[in-house]
Write a protein that binds this ligand. Structure first.
Ligand SMILES: Cc1cc2nc3c(=O)[nH]c(=O)nc-3n(C[C@H](O)[C@H](O)[C@H](O)COP(=O)(O)OP(=O)(O)OC[C@H]3O[C@@H](n4cnc5c(N)ncnc54)[C@H](O)[C@@H]3O)c2cc1C
Length: 432
């Protein structure tokens, strides 16, 4: 029986293991953390019925690959879609921005010709599928030309800067922005009990199918021997005799795992750029938003100390969390940013002025607890003609495969696409 090692027990690693074991291939997962779920995993505080993700997560109605997988696991009834309120901050006030009528009256886009151009560009992007043309130009060039400079400056540029920082915002290609507009819905999905429940159920399903999952086992290196078999080297020893290895970590981690990869592939991995993410998850005694807003878009130039504020309990009822309010304040940041180094309390102090700007009545004695989560690899950056820069999932070292958020394209990285890409890779391996 063929044996395949999978490095990482996130949604990609687990989907791969499911497909491979269904095809009679023995899959074995190595995971450095103690739980499944990767970057989408979560925690549950005492008294809570549901867990929350370390980093805010929700799904979209077109997420067919992920929803199909959940159905296969027999967990379809646990998926719940709701339509929480999304707002934009403009000149000291919040405005709804989650329906067409709301967008039409949003003052930040101006009126007359500015709004017409914004609307027409949006309609075109919802209808076209030709992303290959769109990846030839930057989002800035395309939006300025078609939606107009005013709409770009007031609407899209703050979002691009928030996501990619000033370093990359002007360099991201238009296909990336198209994919967000094309594929997203205002109705958002989640999993009853929290996404960690989904991952725990998935891992249990795999174990029952015969997949071994080694938690708390960080892989240090991967070595292909002269007999063509792979060895997986961890802190506690060597695991031998694998026919193939699939790595589901970041490009940087992949570079460190195998020194047998040819230089050409290493250069492709090195050329991929990304931002990290820092999130403060704050438990409060009272709601932050009296109006019940879920997602607050906060342009950097309006002086907020974070990009997004997500009031989770305006999406999932707070009864699931012992009537607490749960709020995330988060940002995508370049490596080395001071937020990565700050402790929870220090970061909280930096962010509190932002909470006050959202609700002037906010008081520090509303805070029950804070937890900081940070990830070095959170948001890949797709430059112009990114499709030509994506490293193949089949590496030039025969039998070694690599799958990551950086290869998901033109779509923005998301669990649905992680499942789709993993399904495709497993299919190719099974047929080879
Ligand atoms: C801030 C943020 C918000 C997001 N929001 C959404 C959202 O709302 N909706 C959505 O669908 N998607 C969202 N995503 C994206 C989603 O989380 C990812 O697409 C998905 O979780 C990626 O899964 P993965 O299995 O490919 O990678 P990961 O989840 O990163 O899994 C990789 C696994 O490898 C393990 N690992 C790494 N190195 C080693 C090693 N040396 N040895 C052993 N194990 C190792 C890691 O611990 C991890 O478990 C968000 C991501 C971020 C960062």
């Amino acid at each position: 029986m063929e044996r395949i090692a999978i490095i990482g027990c996130g949604i990609s690693g687990m989907t791969l293991a499911k497909r491979l074991s269904e095809a009679g291939i023995a899959a074995e997962i190595f995971e450095k953390e103690s739980k499944p779920g990767g970057i989408a995993r979560g925690f549950k505080a005492e008294g809570w019925k549901d867990s929350v993700e370390f980093f805010y997560h929700h799904w979209f109605q077109k997420d067919d690959d992920l929803l199909g997988l959940i159905d296969e696991l027999g967990l379809k009834d646990c998926v719940k879609f709701r339509t929480p309120k999304t707002v934009m901050f403009h000149k000291g006030k919040f405005y709804r921005f989650d329906t067409i009528p709301a967008a039409l009256v949003y003052p930040g886009l101006g009126y007359g010709i500015h709004k017409i151009r914004f609307g027409l560009a949006g309609v075109f992007l919802r209808l076209t599928k030709n992303w290959q043309e769109l990846e030839k130009v930057t989002a800035k060039e395309w939006m300025t030309k078609y939606a107009g400079e005013f709409a770009y400056k007031t609407m899209w540029e703050p979002m691009m800067v928030g996501k990619f920082g000033t370093e990359y915002a002007d360099q991201v290609n238009m296909a990336w922005l198209w994919a967000r507009i094309y594929s997203r819905s205002t109705s958002l999905g989640t999993f009853d009990g929290g996404m960690q429940d989904l991952f725990d159920n998935f891992a249990e399903h795999l174990q029952k199918q015969g997949t071994a999952i080694r938690f708390n086992t960080a892989v240090k290196s991967i070595c292909k021997n002269p007999d063509s078999k792979f060895e997986v080297i961890t802190a506690d020893g060597k695991y031998s005799n694998f026919d193939k290895v699939i790595v589901t970590t970041s490009p940087q981690s992949m570079l460190g795992l195998s020194d047998q990869l040819p230089d050409s592939y290493r250069q492709q991995l090195e050329a991929l750029k990304h931002l990290g993410a820092v999130v403060l998850c704050v438990r409060l005694k009272k709601p932050l938003s009296p109006q019940g807003y879920y997602w607050y878009n906060l342009p950097k130039n309006e002086g907020f100390p974070f990009l997004a504020l997500v009031e989770h309990t305006n999406f999932i009822p707070k009864e699931r969390y012992n009537n607490e309010t749960i709020v995330y304040a988060g940002d995508y940041l370049p490596h080395g940013h001071e937020y990565f180094k700050l402790g929870e309390q220090e970061l909280l102090e930096k962010l509190i002025p932002g909470f006050r700007k959202i609700n002037p009545d906010f008081s520090e004695d509303w805070i029950i607890d804070v937890r900081k989560f940070a990830a070095d690899y959170a948001q890949p950056v797709p430059f112009v003609n990114h499709s030509r820069a994506i490293p193949d999932m089949k590496t030039p070292l025969e039998g070694l495969y690599f799958i990551s958020m950086s290869q998901i394209y033109p779509w923005d990285r998301g669990m649905n696409f992680a499942v789709r890409w993993a399904n495709d890779l497993a299919g190719n391996i099974i047929q080879s």
